[in-house]
Structure formats: C-alpha cells, structure tokens
Design a protein around this ligand. Structure first.
Ligand SMILES: CC(C)(COP(=O)(O)OP(=O)(O)OC[C@H]1O[C@@H](n2cnc3c(N)ncnc32)[C@H](O)[C@@H]1OP(=O)(O)O)[C@@H](O)C(=O)NCCC(=O)NCCS
Length: 179
C-alpha cells in the first residue's frame, strides 16, 4: 500500500528537490522543458513560479492557472502532479511524472487518482487527459484508471496525441480502483 503525502512546493523542500533532480539526469524523459526548463538549475525560481502559476496563470505561454503538487513517500519526493482546473489547450487537466528509481510501484496511478479527487472537489465531473502516442506507459496508467480514449489529435510539433476522458467520481468507474 502506497502512502503518499501531497503538498505544494515550498522553499523548505530544497534538499528533496535536488535529490529528485539527480534521479532524472539519466532518464529518457525530459522532465523540465519549455517554460519549465529553468527548474533543472534554479530551485528558488521554480518554487516561486509554481506559486505564481497557481495564482495568476502565466500568459502568454500558459493561459490557464497551474496547481503543482508534490508527492512524498516519507521524506523522498517521488512524484509531481500538474493540475489544470481549466484544461490546457482544451484537452488536459492533469500531468504527472514519477522519479525514475520509483516506477512500477503504482505511484503514477496514485497521483492520477489524487488529481481526479481534486478536480471532483473543484466541481469537474469529467477530466480530460492527453499523452503522446508513443508514451505507452502513460496511456496504460490512464486506461487503468478508467480512461476512455477519444480520437487522436495532431500536436503543434507534429506528433500524435492520445486523448482521454475519465469521470472524476471513482465510484462511477467499473471495476472500482483500489490503490
Ligand atoms: C508514465 C509514468 C508516469 C508511469 O509511472 P509509474 O509510477 O511507473 O506507473 P504505475 O506504477 O502507476 O503503473 C500503473 C500501470 O501502468 C502500466 N505501466 C506503467 N509503466 C509502464 C511501462 N513503462 N511499460 C508498460 N506499462 C507500464 C502498467 O500496466 C502498470 O501496472 P503494473 O506495474 O502493475 O504492470 C512514468 O513512467 C514517468 O514518470 N514517465 C515519464 C513522465 C511521463 O511520461 N509522464 C506522463 C506524460 S503524459
């Protein structure tokens, strides 16, 4: 049974974030790119940016507010959850990543379920999610959490994107999920 503690990034998490970053250097997935690229080297900027994006949004690159939450297993930062209460580009309410050394333990599934709970509390009945067509791991996580696939979309960079909907009320997902 996974026991995760969720909280927003805080200045006191510097050591945990440095440890998390070190885990990502050899991974194929580029954990921080686009407007987040500075997170690789600037913890203070990233924490401040997360707070600003939650309260203001970040035009023009990000037109909707972003709520970043971190998941800790004891003192270790194991997962990062991005919550968009208005779907990014109309298609994505939730993003997640799990540190490479802690995969295949159900952490992404726990992040996604936590995100669905937050959206439900916010009054959103159906969450929208996307992943690259090549990201079979993420697609599996979404489908196992009750995701229904919609038609694919061609992304701005030319890649194919899978799109899904998931009810945020877990009781409506059959069979019920237990994490
Ligand atoms: C995708 C990712 C979030 C999965 O995290 P995770 O914690 O390992 O996922 P879970 O343990 O919850 O996996 C749940 C199920 O999804 C499927 N799955 C997960 N990773 C998989 C993989 N690499 N290959 C095939 N299936 C996979 C399995 O069915 C798995 O259940 P099982 O372990 O009992 O077989 C993680 O690999 C990651 O952070 N990748 C880089 C970031 C990323 O791609 N984020 C998503 C962007 S859309």
């Amino acid at each position: 049974m996974i026991n995760l503690e969720f909280r927003r990034p805080a200045p006191t998490d510097r050591a945990a974030f440095e440890d998390w970053i070190a885990d990502w250097h050899e991974d194929a997935y580029d954990a921080y790119r686009w407007i987040f690229a500075r997170a690789w080297t600037d913890f203070d900027w990233y924490v401040a940016t997360c707070e600003r994006m939650r309260t203001d949004g970040c035009p023009p690159e990000l037109t909707v507010p972003l709520d970043v939450q971190w998941a800790f297993e004891q003192q270790t930062l194991v997962g990062e959850l991005y919550l968009f209460y208005e779907p990014l580009a109309g298609d994505n309410h939730i993003g997640y990543k799990v540190r490479p050394s802690h995969r295949r333990k159900g952490i992404a599934t726990a992040l996604l379920l936590h995100g669905l709970d937050r959206l439900r509390e916010y009054g959103i009945a159906i969450a929208r999610l996307t992943c690259r067509d090549t990201n079979l791991a993420s697609a599996a996580v979404i489908e196992r959490a009750g995701g229904t696939r919609l038609d694919d979309k061609r992304g701005a960079e030319g890649h194919r994107t899978r799109r899904f909907t998931i009810p945020t009320d877990r009781d409506s997902v059959s069979p019920p999920l237990v994490v």
